[in-house]
Write a protein of this length. Structure first.
Length: 158
């Protein structure tokens, strides 16, 4: 099978899968009953794994740097072009390692932030719901600002 034929088949299969997917505007769970569920423990585990990977790569990703640099310098001094190529390869490795370290750090930091932010949002929503229920019983208009309005009772407190 040629590349063009294989590529055409892959595009056709992808189009069929997209056509059978639920529409984005359906406004509810998919036909399979799946819905977005985020568990704080799972996010914490992924963030912790990214943090551990970052630590491990920081230590072990550079272990051959000094020896490679020495070998590249020695080969270059002896007139071998391999020394220059080895030095360029070492620099490319260091650049890619830094990209990977940055990505691990961003994943870890983002998930930590997401968990904290989501918990804060959940707390805020719960407070709003509780406040709206209290307001409903006290016949007090809903607050206009984002901070909950808790009315002071008038008359004797039961």
């Amino acid at each position: 099978m040629s590349f063009d034929q294989e590529w055409a088949d892959l595009k056709k299969n992808a189009q069929m899968r997209l056509n059978s997917a639920p529409s984005a505007g359906s406004g509810g769970p998919s036909s399979a009953g799946a819905d977005l569920v985020v568990k704080y423990d799972d996010m914490g585990k992924i963030g912790h794994s990214a943090f551990l990977l970052h630590q491990h790569l920081s230590r072990t990703g550079k272990h051959a740097h000094a020896d490679t640099e020495t070998a590249a310098k020695s080969l270059s001094n002896d007139g071998f072009e391999t020394g220059t190529a080895l030095d360029e390869a070492s620099k490319a490795w260091q650049d890619q390692l830094q990209v990977l370290l940055d990505a691990c750090g961003q994943i870890s930091n983002h998930l930590d932030y997401s968990v904290k932010s989501s918990k804060k949002d959940d707390h805020h929503i719960a407070t709003q719901v509780k406040t709206s229920k209290i307001s409903e019983y006290l016949d007090v208009p809903a607050p206009e600002s984002s901070t909950p309005h808790i009315p002071k009772p008038e008359g004797p407190i039961m």
